[in-house]
Design a protein around this ligand. Structure first.
Ligand code: CA
Length: 518
């Protein structure tokens, strides 16, 4: 009897040895968090607004310096991340009247679930249809699926509506994620948790506990007063801090005698370039600076809330001995303008919105404190996570796994990244465009109701101010980049006609969570 038990014990030990435990995954994603507002990147705001908890992930793992998205706007980036496919393939290419995410399609959470993972998504979702491929979900649904900072409305497991009145949305998401890990986790399975914040998305309303930080004024970015010379599409924008922020963005309280419908109108005032000032003495450059200071401080206070929540998650993993076998990622659905070119918002293929923060730690596998400068895309996240979990990557996924690079193995990276943005004219009148970047040069084509090209030398003009397209001496690089665009359009099956591309912009399909239904 004793011998049999010993033998069984030996076999179990052998089996455990032969099948190493799959890693857990915590995928942390905020909304609109610019690279410049993550201090690990040592960018222009790093010293003024540190993010020590988020930076812990980079310190204990790898910091990616050249991660880009394929379509710089909330829902489309999320769809690309889930599917590993470009917008025109996964079908979710614009937020505004572009329909909802086809939840029946293949996603990396579904593939992980099938491979034995317990899966959960908690926080912002913003894809219309209820999450699929998750054992547990609790996602924001109000305000067109954006969620709100207070009194956030969630739907749990696709059916139960919960209005959370006790906490700011960031604190609520943190609370719910730790509660799920504590109470609902199946300890016999590896888990994959998507931990996703609304912050620091517009209207940048921080948790009041952070209202007292950042009392000193912030400097302006060197392109704060850009005149958009030589860039026609940029000159027609509607995302200027000076001219397109409304009273709600900057927390200007309405007069007390307004009727409810008038309050909405009061708050929206400014969206379309209407002039307003909080007091008549503020005008011109002083008014622009006042708006910027209000904006940047609230934005960074929202980031401080996310940073605190990330710290809580990292502490929890350590305290529960989960940190050694858990991959932790921090990213944002896209970048954002913090006064670069005088702007807020995203959408453009210019660096501040095209680039995404991305860092990853996996103790004993990814060397701590390492840096990666390869050109990566958000469609690479799905295949990389599948690869790290030992799950086969389906052939129809367009992204590529960068697991070899993470582990320090030989890695043949791509030589260019392809981008395509569709939504127009709402919200900010950013012309639909596609383009390619090699990291050294970038070529963009605005094709919707103009035919404009922009070429930038990123090594000598990092702020993308000097449009070199058509200038003497740049013919060869322009031809090469145009050929690269064609090749990538064929590779990614985006080689349709301009008419077909324009039709995608013009398409009107209402969303499930439209404003009218609230
Ligand atoms: Ca976003």
């Amino acid at each position: 009897m004793k011998k049999t038990l010993l033998f069984v014990g030996f076999c179990v030990a052998l089996l455990t040895y032969a099948q190493p435990k799959k890693p857990n995954i915590v995928f942390i994603m905020s909304d609109d968090h610019a690279v410049s507002a993550v201090s690990a990147y040592q960018d222009w705001l790093a010293e003024l607004a540190p993010t020590p908890n988020i930076d812990r992930i980079a310190k204990e793992g790898m910091l990616m310096h050249a991660t880009y998205n394929t379509n710089s706007i909330c829902g489309p980036s999320r769809a690309a991340i889930l599917t590993g496919k470009y917008s025109h393939i996964n079908g979710f290419f614009k937020n505004e009247k572009g329909g909802d995410f086809d939840a029946s399609q293949q996603t990396f959470p579904k593939l992980l679930q099938k491979a034995g993972y317990q899966t959960a998504v908690i926080g912002k979702w913003h894809l219309g249809t209820a999450p699929t491929g998750f054992d547990y979900s609790k996602v924001m649904v109000n305000h067109g699926g954006q969620g709100t900072y207070f009194n956030t409305v969630f739907v749990e497991n696709g059916k139960d509506t919960i209005v959370e009145t006790e906490r700011h949305s960031t604190a609520q998401v943190a609370h719910d994620a730790l509660k799920w890990l504590t109470n609902k986790r199946d300890k016999s399975k590896p888990f994959m948790l998507m931990y996703q914040f609304k912050a620091p998305h517009r209207p940048w309303t921080p948790n009041p506990k952070f209202n007292d930080i950042y009392n000193e004024d912030f400097p302006h970015h060197e392109t704060f007063n850009d005149d958009y010379k030589g860039r026609l599409a940029a000159s027609q924008n509607m995302l200027e801090i000076e001219n397109h922020m409304n009273r709600k963005d900057l927390k200007v309280p309405p007069p007390t005698n307004l009727k409810p419908w008038q309050v909405g109108e009061y708050y929206r005032y400014g969206n379309n370039g209407e002039f307003w000032t909080p007091n008549d003495t503020l005008q011109g450059a002083a008014l622009k600076n006042w708006k910027y200071q209000r904006y940047i401080k609230d934005y960074l206070r929202c980031v401080a809330g996310v940073d605190e929540a990330v710290g809580q998650m990292l502490d929890f993993l350590e305290e529960n001995n989960l940190d050694k076998n858990t991959i932790v990622i921090y990213t944002s659905d896209q970048g954002f303008y913090l006064g670069e070119h005088g702007w807020f918002d995203k959408r453009w293929m210019y660096e501040p919105s095209f680039r995404m923060p991305f860092m990853i730690k996996y103790p004993n596998k990814i060397k701590a404190g390492t840096h990666n400068k390869e050109l990566l895309l958000n469609i690479d996240f799905a295949p990389t996570l599948l690869d790290l979990a030992g799950v086969n990557i389906p052939h129809d996924i367009q992204g590529e796994s960068f697991k070899p690079q993470l582990f320090g193995d030989n890695y043949q990276g791509r030589d260019a990244v392809y981008y395509h943005y569709y939504e127009y004219p709402f919200w900010h009148k950013v012309q639909p465009h596609y383009g390619v970047s090699t990291g050294k040069f970038k070529l963009i084509h605005y094709y919707y109701d103009m035919d404009e090209w922009e070429l930038f030398d990123l090594e000598h003009d990092k702020n993308e101010i000097d449009n070199l397209y058509g200038k003497c001496g740049y013919e060869e690089i322009t031809t090469a980049l145009k050929q690269k665009i064609k090749a990538l359009q064929v590779q990614y099956k985006d080689d349709m006609s301009l008419e077909e591309m324009r039709a995608m912009t013009d398409m009107v399909v209402e969303r499930v969570y439209s404003e009218n239904k609230e």
